[in-house]
Design a protein around this ligand. Structure first.
Ligand code: ATP
Ligand code: MG
Length: 390
């Protein structure tokens, strides 16, 4: 269904989101509450967000004409993913369309080499790194940082750990795999980390910014599986340092909307930036049920230049566990058990068909006792995916 502006109540803001995945779908929940008209440029008529958004034209985000037409009918354009070509976004800006985050900021979430170079320029803490184009350069890099193993990653197009390899030597077969990707390759020090953290901030065009509590995220096979807010046992000065790093990056890069900064807490105490995302992020899903203002609401507020909402947590601990596709195809089958067992549990499904390892939903629990909250969330996710059956 297509809406003309004249069909909408006076003053209704229209936000155009490019991409119809679960992030757009979850953004719609808060758009509905705020009376914001969300339009989604969807990959197909039945993708995750298209099931929830009435105004979801289908089109290719790489096609200039499609994106131009879509953008022309929105007050502001924003994103569910970072794959829209930078040149195309520059074109929109030149046509006086508000693109938030803008292409000059977004490129740092699209290209890891550009991001590393920019962050180095203002001394943001990072793992040792270098763009490499041959086995010799890989060997030289490893020598410079004290030896193998090292990390190799594609500078563009990676997600959920696809495009990240551990190389044990310059002759490692993964080197061929990396170079076969046909994009520049970034070599990095393999950080010996205690855990991964994430710092999420929201920033608006006039410069207001808020920082969410620092969370701990657990990745398995390159996919985020569990997030705990706040990161248990993180020293207050380190938490403040992580928040300040994210706020600094948001300001230096001119980010508008949500910025997620994935970090490593290294065993030697360093807090190092891994990568950036400029959209609501998996490590911020806990905020829907666990914070006063969710990351999705603050993203919308920021791109519309409205005052930002409080990022404060509602409970001492919130744990979010991703529901990853397993053997069970019918995700609703487990709801009876999960809801009966735990009336405080919050379940979010993305309307996606189950495929092994695919993110099809998440569950959130919150409360005073971390062990108990974690057990509740883990149990529910495992039950829904069919890994336990009692
Ligand atoms: N330099 C590093 N040292 C140690 N581990 C690393 C390093 N870089 C990446 N990793 C591991 O690989 C995972 C994926 O890396 P990264 O976040 O760069 O890739 P991605 O595929 O773009 O991820 P995402 O799904 O978050 O977009 C990290 O979460 C971390 O567990
Ligand atoms: Mg990552």
């Amino acid at each position: 269904m297509k809406f003309e502006r004249k069909d909408l109540p006076a003053g209704t803001p229209v936000v155009g989101m490019i991409g119809g995945g679960q992030l757009a779908r979850m953004t719609q929940e808060t758009a509905v509450a705020l009376g914001i008209q969300l339009r989604v440029l969807a990959e197909g008529p039945t993708v995750s967000a298209a099931q929830a958004v009435a105004d979801a034209p289908v089109g290719d985000y790489r096609d200039p004409e499609t994106v131009r037409r879509f953008a022309a009918e929105a007050d502001v354009v924003t994103f569910d993913h970072e794959h829209v070509p930078t040149e195309l976004l520059h074109e929109l800006e030149a046509a006086c369309i508000a693109v938030r985050p803008g292409p000059d900021a977004l490129v740092h979430a699209q290209d890891k080499a550009v991001m590393r170079q920019r962050l180095d320029a203002f001394d943001a803490p990072a793992p040792a790194h270098q763009v490499v184009a041959s086995r010799d350069e890989i060997a030289d890099f490893a020598k410079r940082i004290g030896g193998f193993p090292i990390i190799l990653k594609t500078t563009r197009g990676g997600y959920d750990g696809k495009g990240v390899w551990v190389a044990e030597s310059a002759e490692d077969p993964v080197v061929d795999e990396a170079f076969a990707a046909n994009v520049p390759i970034l070599a990095e020090e393999k950080v010996d980390f205690v855990r991964e953290l994430s710092a999420i901030v929201a920033r608006s065009p006039h410069g207001q910014a808020v920082a969410y509590p620092i969370v701990e995220s657990v990745q398995e096979n390159g996919i985020c599986v569990e997030v705990t807010a706040p990161a248990p046992g993180l020293a207050p000065d380190k938490a403040a340092q992580a928040q300040q790093t994210a706020l600094r990056i948001a300001k230096e890069l001119g980010v508008v909307g949500i910025l997620a900064v994935e970090m490593f807490e290294a065993r030697d105490g360093r807090l190092l930036v891994n990568e950036l995302a400029m959209r609501p992020h998996n490590t911020g899903h806990w905020s829907i049920d666990g914070a006063v203002t969710s990351q999705f609401e603050n993203h919308l507020r920021a791109v519309l230049d409205l005052p930002l909402g409080s990022p404060a947590a509602r409970a001492p601990y919130t744990v979010m566990v991703n529901v990853l596709g397993g053997d069970v195809e019918d995700m609703h089958r487990g709801l009876l058990h999960c809801m009966a067992r735990d009336p405080g549990l919050k379940v979010h499904f993305y309307g996606k068909a189950v495929k092994p390892g695919r993110k099809v939903g998440h569950v959130t629990a919150y409360g005073d006792d971390l062990d108990e909250v974690r057990e509740r969330a883990r149990h529910a996710a495992a039950y829904l995916t069919g890994t336990i059956d009692e």
